[in-house]
Design a protein around this ligand. Structure first.
Ligand code: HEC
Ligand code: HEC
Length: 396
């Protein structure tokens, strides 16, 4: 091999290794993730037939939308999601009206305050970027994903309302919890795990996004008028920046969502002689909810913990509402949030821009671990063979 060709070879090898190696987690960690994915999608933990994927659907950003529920009910009304409608023993496991009738809000029954106390109704959230958003649960009551997963089995998988571990479901083992955690932590947006805002914005603009509106929205988001970043800062916009004096990190606030007009009628009462009732308010309406990440937010409608708002514009508009202004969260801000309609649209343009994945379909394809290892092996093999040929030639 000429010196020039061997330099080329080495250059090529270094390039390919630099592409492949960062993508390839260690083989055993990749196996753990694969095991977790398998459990997440298929394991029923000896329960009523539900799996984690019953309510965290990959095609719905690992959440469950009201439209997704309606489609599923139309095709499979006996799916375990609807077990409260088909198994009389589990009639109180869900409130089917709040799940798929009434206001079609897609709400799931959660015993946040304990199994003996009145339940709460929440959406099944997306699972993007969980590694950056502990503590878990929409009001942040679980420290880690293992505790959360065990709680999810007890809450959603039981065969009877007695919820006896061993009889009504089997608790996940430590190994299963490790695998579930590894899998859930691998669910990122963007898919390559790099939530750099400027990269996403540049990509969105290259795809036709309105650069002026996005820049104006970004400035508002991080500026003193809209004050969004006081609560939504950090790598995925889920962390308080500390300026409110409540600390930093992923914090919970009572922003007054519970008082939205949409929540004053749950859509499920009002039959003959039955008064219109509000959606049951958590903790008498004083519950604080965990600040959600906003990277990828446009893929996770409807919004807020109770799916009370259908569009991103209405979610941003909420911060200019009387309900937010009267909330304990607003009282923490140095000044009221006042943003006009044009500004709300600019903030939406910014949030839409950070919901386009720049790592999909651009540049070099992502590789599976198997493909990456195979490629490295092939390269090393051909480099060795070439070396052998080269040595033979020089001997002649
Ligand atoms: C019947 C529907 C349903 C099933 C089945 C279900 N979940 Fe959930 N999941 C929800 C709901 C509703 C919430 C919101 C609960 C809360 O706020 O505490 C949630 C929240 C979560 C969260 C918290 C996300 C965050 O942003 O903090 C994680 C993690 C999670 N689920 C994992 C799982 C795992 C793992 C399983 C399987 C063992 C599972 N879920 C099964 C409905 C479900
Ligand atoms: C005081 C803290 C705080 C401020 C300030 C704040 N947010 Fe939020 N944000 C929250 C909390 C807490 C929630 C969850 C509320 C709920 O689910 O009930 C939330 C939810 C959201 C959601 C819904 C996300 C989802 O997945 O459902 C959007 C969108 C959002 N905020 C955008 C903004 C914008 C834009 C601003 C500035 C105009 C802003 N936020 C200001 C704390 C805050």
């Amino acid at each position: 091999m000429s010196a020039k060709r061997s330099r080329l070879w080495r250059g090529g090898l270094v390039f390919v290794l630099a592409w492949v190696l960062p993508q390839a987690p260690s083989a055993s960690f990749a196996q753990l993730i694969a095991q977790g994915e398998q459990l997440f999608n298929n394991e029923t933990f000896g329960g009523n037939g539900r799996t984690c994927a019953t309510c965290h659907v990959a095609a719905q950003s690992f959440g469950l939308t009201p439209a997704g529920i309606a489609t599923l009910f139309a095709s499979s009304p006996t799916d375990p999601l609807f077990i409260a409608e088909t198994d009389p023993v589990l009639a109180t496991l869900e409130n089917s009206c709040l799940m798929r009738m009434g206001n079609t809000r897609g709400l799931i029954l959660e015993n946040i305050d304990g199994f003996s106390l009145p339940p709460n109704f929440r959406n099944s959230p997306h699972l993007f970027n969980l590694a950056s958003t502990a503590p878990y649960g929409l009001s942040g009551e679980f420290a880690d994903l293992k505790l959360f997963s065990t709680g999810a089995v007890m809450q959603h998988f039981t065969k009877t309302m007695a919820r006896n571990a061993g009889a009504d479901f089997t608790l996940p083992t430590a190994g299963e919890l490790n695998a579930l955690e590894a899998f859930m932590n691998s669910i990122t947006f963007p898919a390559d795990g790099n939530p750099d805002l400027n990269r996403m914005i540049a990509f969105a603009i290259a795809q036709g996004g309105d650069a002026t509106a996005i820049a104006a929205g970004q400035a508002l988001f991080f500026g003193p008028q809209a004050q969004c970043s006081t609560c939504h800062s950090g790598p995925v916009l889920a962390d308080a920046d500390g300026s409110l004096g409540t600390g930093t990190g992923n914090l919970a606030f009572d922003t007054g969502v519970v008082n939205l007009p949409a929540n004053l009628d749950d859509g499920c009462s009002g039959g003959p002689g039955d008064p219109t009732l509000p959606l049951p308010a958590e903790d008498a309406g004083t519950r604080r909810f965990s600040t959600p990440a906003l990277v990828g937010v446009n893929l996770t409608a409807p919004f807020f913990h109770d799916n009370s708002v259908s569009s991103l514009l209405l979610a941003v508009n909420f911060y200019d509402s009387a309900e937010f202004a009267a909330s304990p969260a607003a009282a923490l801000l140095p000044a009221p949030i006042v943003i006009n309609f044009a500004q709300q649209n600019q903030i939406v343009a910014f949030l839409e821009a950070i919901s386009v994945d720049p790592s999909v379909g651009l540049g070099l394809p992502a590789l599976s671990t198997e493909a990456a290892l195979l490629l490295v092996a092939l390269l090393l093999l051909s480099a060795t063979l070439l070396g052998v040929v080269q040595r033979r030639r020089t001997r002649h």
